[in-house]
Design a protein around this ligand. Structure first.
Ligand SMILES: Cc1ncc(COP(=O)(O)O)c(C=O)c1O
Length: 484
């Protein structure tokens, strides 16, 4: 088994998938390799295109994981490939010590699209690194050390980021620092106030919707109230938009839907279209003060690599097209209708849907319910992952440019997988479940397809605009968050 069609294929040849898995276990990550095989997802990704990935054996899977939004615009999006290919004729990683064309252009573009008050951009190559930069910036600006985050938060595994998250990932490396990192329950304002009351916190860091915790939605007004508490107690507000940014919630930055202007905003994953890693922190002048004091204080050779910046510029341009925003709303509505129909059929098993645009968590009546559904979905050709810190909940993440046929196929597979997983879960006899209810046919829905051709895209834009003007799909800001 080789990497087909490449001039370097001979460097990555394995006799079979079994041999590859054995060598992954031996040379790469034994526990992870074994975990996925045991979980019924023995996936080794081979070819990938749009929203479909193929196992190396050829099995196609529609990608509803997107690696946390990395493939928001699809795998190997042709417009991103074109940008990266062109960039490679001129740029390389660059030299991080100097001002650069690509970095400066991306910084300017990010500030142009960012929430109110953003003034400077710092670049990293991974999300954890960007979170570390945000935390360091907050500490510098406030001259305080303490960081407040929510219990079951996930902000990455680098030096400071890991301290903000679950103990499972910090303790193993003796990286938990309870004296510096305080965790409070999500949606609990009283606990947040208590954590900030001493006036010694540098920052509160919040995912706008905590992904690895299964996307529980912030209660109305919660994030705004947290920001007000930050202001009252002199702490900065860091919005982790690694999974909720880039139009995933139907607006470019999810935090703006909550009326919050953060002091720092972190973006990563899909920022460069999954083709070349780049992450970024947007900051107010106050939060970015260290850039005036000592611009060499944080260094990263690959942070803001120039080829990645060009990919990110194209990615941002695609993502902010009005028709792409409108399309994301249509896809979200399509899934809302489809999931409601399925849920009505299995209400005592499929117990809830958490949704804000294309950010979705499907909740099941078993402590590890999402693992059963994940396995059945995999068998039916859809890849979606359980939530590590709440395995009742399946992370369900449709891409921004999906077409109606694919959405319909995903829903068909989802319905079947949920039905089968229910049987799997009750097999040991834990769940007293009733018979599925009759819910009738799927509702009719006309979901436009996002065309590759620029002329056809202009037609689509017009169609969506007319639609909105007619009052059929106005989708005003923040209207699409719901929990059922
Ligand atoms: C919300 C959030 N923040 C930060 C990170 C860390 O990003 P990375 O894995 O690129 O370090 C992740 C990764 O999954 C994430 O989901």
């Amino acid at each position: 088994m080789a990497w087909d069609g490449s001039t370097t294929g001979e460097l990555v040849t394995f006799a079979s998938k079994a041999e590859l898995l054995a060598q992954a276990e031996r040379y790469w990550n034994p526990d992870k390799t074994r975990f996925w095989s045991a979980a019924g997802v023995p996936l080794v990704i081979g070819r990938r295109e749009g929203y479909v990935i193929h196992d190396v054996t050829g099995k196609p899977l529609i990608d509803m994981h997107l690696n946390g939004g990395t493939y928001n615009l699809g795998h190997r999006n042709p417009e991103i490939i074109a940008a990266v290919t062109e960039a490679m004729d001129y740029f390389d990683v660059g030299n991080h010590h100097f001002p650069s064309i690509a970095r400066t252009a991306l910084a300017k573009a990010l500030i142009g699209t960012g929430p109110e008050g953003m003034a400077k951009v710092m670049f990293g190559s991974g999300g954890g690194e960007a979170i570390d930069m945000a935390l360091k910036s907050a500490r510098h600006a406030t001259k305080r050390r303490k960081i407040v985050s929510i219990a079951k938060a996930y902000h990455g595994h680098t030096g400071l980021a890991v301290g903000t998250g679950d103990e499972r990932f910090a303790r193993l490396f003796l990286a938990d620092r309870p004296d510096e990192f305080t965790h409070v329950p999500f949606n609990d304002l009283a606990a947040m106030e208590k954590a900030l009351a001493a006036g010694d916190a540098a920052a509160v860091i919040m995912e706008t919707i905590p992904a690895t915790y299964g996307f529980p939605l912030p209660a109305p007004g919660y994030l705004k109230a947290v920001k007000e508490l930050c202001e009252a107690h002199g702490a900065l507000y860091i919005a982790d938009e690694v999974q909720t940014g880039l139009m995933r919630t139907g607006e470019l930055w999810g935090i703006t839907k909550h009326g919050v202007a953060p002091d720092l905003l972190v973006t990563g994953k899909g920022l460069s279209g999954g083709m070349y890693p780049v992450t970024a922190v947007l900051a107010t002048e106050r939060a970015a003060a260290w850039l005036e004091a000592d611009g060499f204080a944080h260094m990263s050779t690959f942070g803001g690599a120039e080829v990645g910046c060009i990919a990110a510029l194209r990615c941002l341009e695609i993502t902010t097209r009005p028709e792409v925003r409108a399309l994301s709303h249509h896809i979200a509505a399509f899934f809302t209708a489809g999931l409601d129909r399925i849920r009505a059929k299995y209400p005592d098993w499929f117990t809830g849907v958490r949704q804000d645009g294309l950010v979705m968590g499907l909740e099941f009546a078993h402590p590890e319910g999402a693992k059963f559904v994940m396995r059945r979905l995999y068998q039916r050709g859809v890849w979606a992952i359980f939530s590590t810190l709440d395995p009742r909940v399946l992370q369900y993440k449709p891409g921004l440019l999906l077409d109606q046929g694919t959405c319909a196929r995903i829903l068909t597979a989802t319905e079947a997988a949920i039905c089968e997983a229910r049987e799997d879960a009750v097999a040991p006899g834990q769940l007293p479940l009733s018979r599925p209810a009759e819910t009738g046919a799927a509702p009719a829905f006309d979901l436009p397809r996002y065309p590759a051709d620029p002329g056809a895209r202009a037609v689509l834009a017009q169609r969506l605009a007319t639609w909105a003007a007619g009052g059929e799909a106005p989708y005003p800001v923040a209207s699409n968050a719901r929990e059922t």
